[in-house]
Design a protein around this ligand. Structure first.
Ligand SMILES: Nc1nc2c(c(=O)[nH]1)N[C@H]1C(S)=C(S)[C@@H](COP(=O)(O)OP(=O)(O)OC[C@H]3O[C@@H](n4cnc5c(=O)[nH]c(N)nc54)[C@H](O)[C@@H]3O)O[C@H]1N2
Ligand SMILES: Nc1nc2c(c(=O)[nH]1)N[C@H]1C(S)=C(S)[C@@H](COP(=O)(O)OP(=O)(O)OC[C@H]3O[C@@H](n4cnc5c(=O)[nH]c(N)nc54)[C@H](O)[C@@H]3O)O[C@H]1N2
Ligand code: SF4
Ligand SMILES: [Mo]
Length: 717
């Protein structure tokens, strides 16, 4: 269906030669790109210097964007598994089959018998933002999971608790700050996360050129640590104590300057009293004097920001870490100030528009372990048991939307086995990979270069306010479907088959919304936002600058009393668990942390030659002292074991990891059997998530992927 509001510039003709502007959707940096096409094929990709946010930056993954489009292994037709063999089939047949099987499951076992997992690329597609959630909601299942609980659930829970909405996330004002304290993030490789920062390298250089500091706390001397002005090792999982000791230092040294709309400072003072810098030193290995000095420097800086990401989110106290980071920023005097942390003002304000709800906790619990939901989702770490444990509410059918949880969630291999025990599984995905090979049907949508794009998510998290619309470069091939069309057609087919009464109005509203294309919905959203129109954006495909971040508080607070409570019960209640952990924690365990590389993109970038050549990157990094203690030689094949399982992988000696810590990248360990990843067979390595433990969780339900106790021994014979 073509909506009257859809005015997209025509995609390129088949033999087009020339240039086109687009955007990279692979990571959160959302770089603007200029493609050169020769006879209808992309022959080069470069960063677009006119993009007001990315200013010409591009990384090696962006250069490989067209490889995904051209990849002969990418699925282009619906696939149905009959017996052991995959067959291509037509869309109507595939969609009818999926709707029949899902409806049958719901009618026989109730809505909770359908489990849903949403993976990371959903956040990077306009059609998912507008159409996937209504589809998922129409299933009315409580068994909803996503990559959020192996990633940023703690950020969202803390933002909801402090600022009243889970997407009201304070962002470091990178272009003006003079003091950036980084914990558990490696933006030199990741290009920033919950801090959309294309060209982090140049922006980091600029901080140093204006006399500022970048201080990194990380158990590995990362690429970011190497360009920082200062780096310190911290024991994995111990940041929470360091951060609370920093908050304590601000308060005891009279450095705290909370804004007038903040409550609870005195209670906070009592709560952080036990976390002395000395105690933090014992737990983390970071000197007490350093903890105190860094706190004073942050408070004294002319604009300073504390920033923590995956390395602190994915620990057992991820929420307390982000609470403490929030308190640090609120007390150090730079909150909502230029150079500190600020809240972006995107052209489509997803917070004000309530695109997703403000947040909620423990409205229901998971059936088997009784784990509380957060924001309507249960921990991804609970998927396997919900599939395998018999009883009312057991997951019998599964829907995987752009996810690869077999490689990306704890004990993923066992989850893969569980997927085989389902009555039915459907994947909306572009590859036949470790997860989708367990499906009965795969529905492949078009990819980035074939669809219109506007970033509803990452403009909300960016270090500068900009807006950019990128019309599809290529026409959708005959017979291909966009993601939003798949969600629209599945929803309507399902509704026809479900024996449901009532809620006619809700159904009609949903149908009306689903029938509007993402671009048409965007036009309406922009119109109500009144900052820029789609028409203006079409005239400027390079993007429109809306200026630097600005103070917006307390007006934008979404809390009921328009104030910030520093000590919400939900968060402070978790301190009891922290005290228990501190009393019991094992002192001498070898622990495992993750790793990202500039050339890898989670689990699915290994089917391109461009991103897999060069030196292998899959090794377990281990300190020479730890190798010597076990008489393991550099390069040897080792067995890494945890409570959950074991893997074999080559070890590389590295002074860059803290003694007592080993590091493996995630997204490796391809199980190419039964997949169509011909090229990924050449990528060695093991999956870190065959070692991570689904029992280790944060308050938010986020998996504690970092700091897992492991043993390492040489493979003999
Ligand atoms: N140990 C450990 N585990 C981790 C992490 C870690 O640091 N350490 N990081 C975690 C984080 S931050 C994240 S976000 C998760 C990611 O976890 P997931 O989202 O589960 O995994 P991805 O590797 O991103 O897989 C994306 C899937 O989407 C498919 N895909 C790609 N593009 C499209 C598209 O346009 N449409 C559709 N329908 N499908 C598409 C790919 O083929 C692939 O199957 O992994 C987490 N897992
Ligand atoms: N090249 C590339 N870029 C990406 C991605 C990718 O796969 N590849 N994925 C994208 C996604 S989905 C995300 S969420 C972002 C993530 O963005 P980042 O969070 O910046 O990425 P990571 O490299 O996972 O950084 C985590 C850091 O935490 C450290 N760490 C581990 N445990 C601890 C700990 O207990 N304490 C401290 N202080 N540090 C710890 C690790 O050594 C690592 O340096 O990156 C995005 N960008
Ligand atoms: S940093 Fe690389 S992967 Fe991320 S958006 Fe930019 S070009 Fe794409
Ligand atoms: Mo992520």
């Amino acid at each position: 269906m073509r909506s009257p509001l859809r005015l997209a510039e025509p995609p390129v003709p088949p033999d087009f030669t020339g240039t086109r502007l687009t955007a990279c959707t692979l990571c959160e940096a959302i770089c603007g790109l200029e493609l050169t096409l020769t006879d209808g094929r992309v022959t080069s990709i470069r960063g677009n210097p006119d993009d007001p946010l990315s200013r010409g930056y591009i990384c090696p993954k962006g250069v490989a964007l067209a490889d995904v489009y051209d990849d002969p292994d990418r699925l282009r037709h619906p696939m149905v598994r009959r017996g052991g063999a995959w067959e291509e089939t037509g869309w109507d047949e595939a969609l009818d089959l999926v709707a029949d099987r899902l409806a049958d499951t719901v009618n026989r076992h109730g809505p909770d018998a359908v489990g849903v997992y949403l993976g990371n690329p959903n956040a990077h597609a306009l059609g998912s933002a507008t159409h996937a959630l209504p589809f998922v909601r129409s299933l009315r299942t409580r068994n909803r999971f996503s990559a959020t609980t192996v990633d940023q659930a703690p950020h969202q829970l803390v933002s909801w608790q402090l600022f009243g909405h889970q997407l009201l996330i304070p962002i470091p004002d990178l272009d003006r700050t003079s003091y950036l304290l980084v914990l558990g993030a490696n933006p030199m490789a990741s290009n920033g996360s919950l801090m959309t920062t294309p060209d982090f390298p140049r922006r980091a250089r600029a901080i140093k050129e204006r006399g500022g500091s970048i201080v990194v706390l990380d158990p590995r001397r990362t690429e970011t640590a190497k360009v920082a002005t200062e780096h310190h090792f911290v024991r994995p999982g111990s940041d929470v104590v360091v951060l609370l000791a920093m908050v304590r230092t601000l308060l005891t040294e009279g450095l705290a300057r909370p804004p007038s709309y903040v409550d609870g400072v005195e209670r906070l003072r009592e709560l952080v009293e036990p976390f002395t810098p000395r105690m933090a030193q014992d737990v983390s290995g970071l000197d007490a004097e350093v903890i105190e000095r860094l706190t004073r420097e942050l408070a004294a800086a002319d604009g300073g920001a504390a920033y923590g990401r995956v390395g602190v989110s994915t620990t057992a106290f991820g929420s307390l870490c982000h609470w403490a980071i929030g308190c640090l920023n609120l007390l150090a005097g730079h909150f909502d100030e230029p150079g500190g942390v600020l809240f972006p003002e995107p052209a489509v304000d997803v917070v004000a528009r309530r695109f997703v709800g403000a947040g909620h906790y423990d409205r229901h619990r998971s059936r088997v372990r009784g784990l509380p939901e957060y924001g309507g989702e249960l921990p991804a770490a609970a998927m396997r048991e919900e599939i395998e444990t018999p009883g009312t509410g057991q997951i019998k059918a599964f829907v995987s939307l752009a996810g690869n949880p077999v490689l990306s969630t704890p004990n993923g291999r066992a989850l893969g086995d569980a997927l085989d025990s389902l009555d039915f599984m459907v994947a909306v995905d572009i590859y036949l990979n470790e997860t989708t090979r367990h499906a009965d049907v795969i529905l492949p949508p078009t990819t980035t270069l074939e669809r219109d794009h506007y970033d509803l998510v990452f403009h909300t998290l960016a270090v500068r306010n900009t807006a950019r619309f990128s019309p599809a470069v290529f026409a959708r091939p005959e017979g291909a479907r966009h993601d939003w069309e798949i969600f629209r057609d599945l929803t309507s087919r399902l509704e026809r088959r479900l024996a449901r009464k009532g809620r006619i109005k809700a159904r009609l509203v949903r149908r009306a919304r689903l029938s509007l294309s993402p671009t048409a919905q965007l036009a309406l959203l922009l119109r109500t936002g009144r900052r820029v129109s789609l028409r203006q954006l079409r005239r400027h495909p390079e993007g429109i600058d809306l200026g630097p971040l600005r103070p917006t508080m307390p007006d934008r607070l979404q809390t009921p009393n328009h104030r910030i409570d520093l000590v919400p019960h939900l968060l402070t209640g978790d301190l009891a668990r922290l005290h228990e952990w501190l009393a019991e924690r094992p002192q001498d365990a070898l622990v495992l942390i993750g790793r990202r590389h500039k050339q890898d993109n989670n689990s699915w970038s290994h089917n391109t030659t461009r991103l897999t050549r060069g030196k292998p990157r899959h090794h377990l990094l281990m300190h020479p002292r730890d190798l010597a203690a076990r008489e393991i030689r550099d390069g040897a094949l080792v067995t890494v074991g945890s409570r959950v399982g074991s893997v074999q992988v080559e070890v590389a000696s590295s002074e860059d990891v803290m003694p007592g810590v080993v590091s493996l990248p995630h997204g490796y360990g391809h199980q190419v059997d039964g997949t169509r990843l011909r090229h990924a067979t050449k990528v060695a390595g093991a999956s870190i998530n065959d070692l991570t433990d689904p029992l280790l969780l944060d308050l938010s339900g986020n998996a504690a992927l970092s700091g897992v106790a492991v043993t390492v021994s040489a493979v003999t014979g």
